[in-house]
Design a protein around this ligand. Structure first.
Ligand code: BJW
Length: 242
């Protein structure tokens, strides 16, 4: 690190790359989800209005991707949980992932800006329900009774990501902004580094990824390699002031 972070707030943005070594596919890598599914058909609000059945089929399959017996937090998730336990200041993980591997590793301060597996939401009454049930176009909302309006609690293209006020407030007070395992192709998350560079000049910014992301040149420090290697090593440095 080139700058003294003191005991200040650390914000860690995570993406699909952090969960890759736990066995969950990323979106845009060669073998990623968008090489097998057309995102316009399954991950946009227009797709939902056009063909709910297709969207729900995709997410019903997705339930099994997250629940495989071998899907466990890896050393990168564990290192971030360690950071939260041992850092004297605030640590906030802002994840684009819907998996619960940060929580599984022990992180408590986690914001899921693109939603969360294990929750569904009614498009009519907006009630959010803890549920892993398979949804179909006939399923009734247990709260308002609407038919075929229950959907996974995720954020599709064209929808507003969640908890944005809290996220920008944390970015405005951070001293270290880390971006881990994200391609930097999806906004507004991809714009966080620019936000920090412009609004919080005293903050240090670092990218940890397998390869340079789209916005890599905006980061003051860049470290490339598998998350299970580079994240624990970087956290050790942060905690020991190295
Ligand atoms: C490893 C690794 C290992 C691999 N170790 N690393 C034109 C210009 C600019 C913006 C727009 C535009 N037209 C439309 C927009 C906005 C649009 C957008 O950004 N589109 C772009 C594609 C152009 N965004 C939206 O619509 C968002 N809403 C919005 O903008 O609202 C308005 C608003 C504006 C400003 C403020 C507030 C609001 C909504 C985006 C919703 C994204 N939804 C998804 C699906 C979620 C549900 C689900 O999971 O099923 O979210 S899409 C998908 O992409 C998912 C991810 O969270 C997201 C990001 O992907 P991520 O995590 O970066 O994964 P990958 O696969 O892209 O990258 C993985 C990386 O890991 C790679 O770099 C690998 O190298 C690396 N890696 N193995 C370390 N072992």
């Amino acid at each position: 690190m080139h700058q003294d972070v003191g005991q200040g707030c650390i914000v860690v943005l995570t993406g699909a790359g952090i969960s890759k070594e736990s066995g969950i596919d990323t979106f845009r890598d060669e073998d990623g989800l968008w090489s097998k599914f057309d995102l316009e058909e399954v991950a946009t609000i227009e797709a939902w209005h056009r063909d709910k059945r297709k969207v729900l089929d995709f997410y019903n399959q997705g339930l099994t991707w997250f629940q495989g017996a071998n899907i466990r937090p890896n050393a990168a998730h564990e290192a971030l949980a360690r950071l939260e336990r041992e850092w004297p200041g605030e640590v906030l993980v802002v994840t684009q992932n819907i998996d619960l591997l940060h929580e599984g590793a022990g992180s408590k301060n986690v914001l899921h800006m693109h939603g969360q597996a294990g929750k569904i939401r009614c498009m009519v009454c907006e009630t959010i329900i803890d549920s892993d049930m398979r949804l179909d176009v006939e399923t009734l909302c247990p709260h308002c009774g609407a038919r075929g309006q229950l959907r996974p609690h995720v954020v599709w293209f064209g929808e507003m990501p969640l908890r944005m006020d809290e996220i920008y407030a944390a970015l405005d007070r951070c001293r270290l902004f880390m971006s881990v395992g994200t391609s930097g192709m999806v906004y507004p998350a991809a714009g966080f580094v620019q936000h920090v560079r412009q609004r919080v000049p005293r903050a240090h910014t670092v990218e940890l990824n397998l390869e340079p992301s789209d916005g890599h040149s905006l980061f003051q420090e860049r470290i490339y390699g598998p998350a299970t290697e580079v994240v624990p090593a970087y956290i050790e440095k942060v905690l020991t002031g190295g």
